[in-house]
Write a protein that binds this ligand. Sequence first.
Ligand code: SAM
Length: 188
Amino acid sequence: MSFFLSWIKNYVKNPLELGAILPTYKFAANLMTKNIISNEKTIVVELGAGTGDITKSIINRGILQENLILVEINEDFCKILKQRFPKAQIFCEDAKTFFYKTISNEKKIDYIVSGLPFVSMSKAQKMEICELSFDNLSKNGIFFQITYFVKCSFPVEIINKNKLIKRLIGFTLLNIPPAFIWSIARRN
Ligand SMILES: C[S@@+](CC[C@H](N)C(=O)[O-])C[C@H]1O[C@@H](n2cnc3c(N)ncnc32)[C@H](O)[C@@H]1O
């Protein structure tokens, strides 16, 4: 089955978990990754990697597949990700479980690129994922989030508590739905 048909089938089954009617188009994917500066050691975690359209853009920025960690809850999408990115590390599970089980607050992640549908998650769930993300991001690490509303879905409580800075770094109408791209980082 093609990526597209797999997406439509899963969207019909569980629209809230997917959060977007179609996978991200390349214009929005490129905005998501435009601030990634790569070298052979740069580690990127993508949360909610879907069928891999933002992943492709991350790799085009020079990130090695071996340094790319893809987290995706949907099993059909994980199979597609394994085919498309055979050298990436793929975790077919909830983002929260991934952080608890796999990562031990080592602060080695340079970038987190998130397509997670925070808008359809409970407040507690999104707060926990965002808190865990900053527990694991390096000092100068950046969290990128795509949203389909002008309001950033990254919880303001986590921004205030950790004295983070949120910036709108991109917007495109060439996506369904139109996309806003945010960066969230520590004040350095
Ligand atoms: C808006 S889609 C983005 C997909 C892809 N990044 C793209 O841009 O085309 C959100 C993705 O997050 C995944 N997802 C939803 N909740 C999740 C969770 N708790 N943990 C991991 N992935 C999740 C969905 O299955 C879906 O693939």
